[in-house]
Design a binder for this molecule. Structure first.
Ligand SMILES: *Cc1c(COP(=O)(O)O)cnc(C)c1O
Length: 398
């Protein structure tokens, strides 16, 4: 008797259920809207001018002379790992072993997701300040963890440390920290970091510290890595982004540093994701990390100028501006313009004024936390920012 092999029954949607909520995003919706109406896109955070020519030259040289064209070593080329270790020493006084305490990945993003997959197991809780950068939610779902939001609160959106303390449970495995903070632009103070550190130590949890904007702080709001606080090195994976630090977001080189056991865990996962990437760009980033202090100072000054231009312009339009201490982004409260809801505001803005921005609610589980706030990227040429402000002057209720 011939047997018939029946096909496996299929679900209507092939996507695993835990990723369904990550299928669409307000970012996609707003970018599509921007393209549709020819709007100026102040939604997505990438600079519209490239970083230093010397980094381009270094990448091109690594292609032409054949150093960067085949698989680089799994955890990063030695020159880059050494440059990362030297960078952590030079800027923060942190001692990092380039052989065992550094991992290079496809952008900060891959290192963050690898750290989550390496440290978080089924049902473990990851506590993070809300609003949070969108990839964190997806990374926690990939790891089958549970996300726990703790609000950035008050009129200046500072981290609610009492709420952080209350959010800690037996199941808490990781505090996922981000300072300078996207989207609020808050740079955590020494005191705030010290309290986060106390809580992490008391509850004996790991910290994944996303420091993608480490070189983008303004005025005297100097960035301090939480790993430099007493008792924190041994429990912290610190993450940096070459894309953000050198204005080459398309190159996707990022890194993590930390104690050997944590980095070994991250390496174990990460090598099975992209294995390696960006050979020539790794050489370029090694060069970039060694640039003199003047590069970093001038970079900050340029962005601070753009911040001031956009922040003062948005204030002139009648919004309440929360002046950012770091990052690419300024946040405004749109209630003074007569909008209760940032999402509704952002959906109207492209057609009314030919500008795109992102509501904080896109970064929140609890919509009430982000409701009246909108994020605007200022990492754009001054002429673009001015044009955006002029369009809004004409199109918004004044
Ligand atoms: C842009 C960004 C990243 C991702 O950095 P890549 O190096 O481009 O992967 C990570 N964290 C935050 C907060 C960011 O804004």
């Amino acid at each position: 008797m011939p047997t018939t092999v029946l096909p496996m029954p299929r679900r209507d949607d092939p996507l695993v259920p835990r990723m369904a909520e990550h299928a669409t995003s307000v970012f996609g919706e707003m970018s599509a809207l921007a393209a549709q109406v020819g709007a100026i896109n102040l939604g997505q955070g990438f600079p519209d001018t490239d970083g230093p020519q010397s980094l381009k030259d270094a990448a091109i040289a690594a292609i032409l002379d054949g150093r960067g064209n085949q698989y680089p070593p799994a955890h990063g080329i030695p020159a880059l790992r050494e440059a990362i270790a030297e960078h952590q020493r030079r800027f923060y006084g942190l001692a990092v072993d380039p052989v065992t305490e550094v991992v290079v990945g496809t952008g900060a993003s891959e290192v963050i997701q690898s750290a989550l997959l390496a440290l978080v197991d089924d049902g473990d809780e990851v506590v993070m300040f809300e609003p949070w950068f969108d990839i964190y939610g997806a990374g926690i779902s990939l790891a089958r963890g549970t996300r726990v939001g703790v609000p950035m609160s008050g009129p200046l959106l500072r981290p609610d440390l009492q709420a952080l303390r209350s959010a800690m449970t037996e199941r808490t495995r990781v505090i996922l920290l981000n300072s300078p903070h996207n989207p609020t632009g808050v740079v955590f103070t020494q005191e705030e970091l010290a309290e986060v550190a106390r809580i992490a130590i008391e509850h004996d949890v790991y910290v994944i510290s996303d420091e993608a904007y480490e070189h983008l702080w303004f005025d005297d709001h100097r960035h301090v890595p939480i790993a430099s606080l007493p008792g924190m090195h041994e429990r912290t994976v610190t993450i940096g982004s070459g894309g953000k630090s050198f204005s080459f977001t398309g190159w996707k080189i990022g890194w993590g540093t930390g104690p050997q056991d944590l980095i070994a865990a991250v390496r174990t996962v990460r090598q099975h994701l992209s294995y390696v990437s960006g050979g020539p760009f790794q050489f370029a980033m090694a060069h970039g990390l060694g640039l003199p202090d003047e590069y970093f100072t001038a970079f900050r000054a340029d962005l601070q100028h753009k911040r001031d231009l956009l922040a003062s312009g948005l204030a002139d339009l009648g919004m309440r501006v929360i002046v950012p201490q770091g990052t690419y982004f300024v946040t405004t409260d749109v209630r003074p313009l007569g909008f209760e809801d940032g999402l509704a505001f952002c959906r109207e803005l492209p057609r009314r004024a030919g500008v795109v921005a992102i509501p904080h609610s896109a970064f929140c589980d609890d919509r009430s936390i982000g409701a009246p706030y909108v994020r605007w990227a200022f990492c754009k040429r001054p002429s673009v920012l001015t044009e955006a402000l002029e369009r809004m002057q004409a199109g918004l209720p004044g």
